[in-house]
Design a protein around this ligand. Sequence first.
Ligand SMILES: C[S@@+](CC[C@H](N)C(=O)[O-])C[C@H]1O[C@@H](n2cnc3c(N)ncnc32)[C@H](O)[C@@H]1O
Length: 230
Amino acid sequence: MTAPVPAPAAGPALDWRDGAPVSRRHGESYYGAADALAESRHVFLAGNDLPARFGPGFAIAEIGFGTGLNALAAAEAWTRSGQPGVLTYTAFEIAPLRSEDMARALAPWPELTHLADALVTAWAAGRRRIAVTGLTLDVIEGDARETVPAWSGRADAWFLDGFSPARNPELWEAGLLAALAQRTAPNGTFATFTAAGATRRALAAAGFVVERVSGYGGKRHMTRGRRALP
Ligand SMILES: C[S@@+](CC[C@H](N)C(=O)[O-])C[C@H]1O[C@@H](n2cnc3c(N)ncnc32)[C@H](O)[C@@H]1O
């Protein structure tokens, strides 16, 4: 008897626009700017005062792993900052990309090629705990509204990168924001590309001191914040 051939991994349906993957379900691109790596560094790294806050045992958590671009930007920043050891990075994702789509989405950045190759190879093998230079990555599959409350970890910095609140409201619900605030280290922070007023108010209600700051490129604003002291 011949062994059954495994079905090819399913992934979310995508279109491609100007080289960027676009979710058919949400009608929105996984990353916004022409240079999404520069945008990631501005919004998620600088928005969380990184790499300046990096130190031993530092932990990042991300809502919406997508292509892995933010994770690789963080890994590259960690290594470049000269930190010993590795950064801990936990990402929550409901619809993992096919490895072919991930490879295509990460191809535009030659400076990330060595990291992208390691990530895509492990991803294609079905691994979700992955070591790349500078980073130990755990991708927790499922709906973040269930997986974040079930998570026993703590983040020093959150990257809130769901699709926009208008198109992906479930990732900006008060219950999820409260759960992630509770899983934020003292003095922990978050950053997100959105500056929607309702989202800022929900983050403040969840327990963050919230600040609206300049966005990347053409975007006027983004939001960042720090866990309010009790
Ligand atoms: C803007 S994309 C993330 C881009 C990503 N950070 C990157 O570096 O490529 C938003 C992500 O949120 C995920 N997502 C949407 N709803 C979700 C949910 N309820 N739970 C977990 N992930 C979700 C989508 O599948 C998608 O991968």
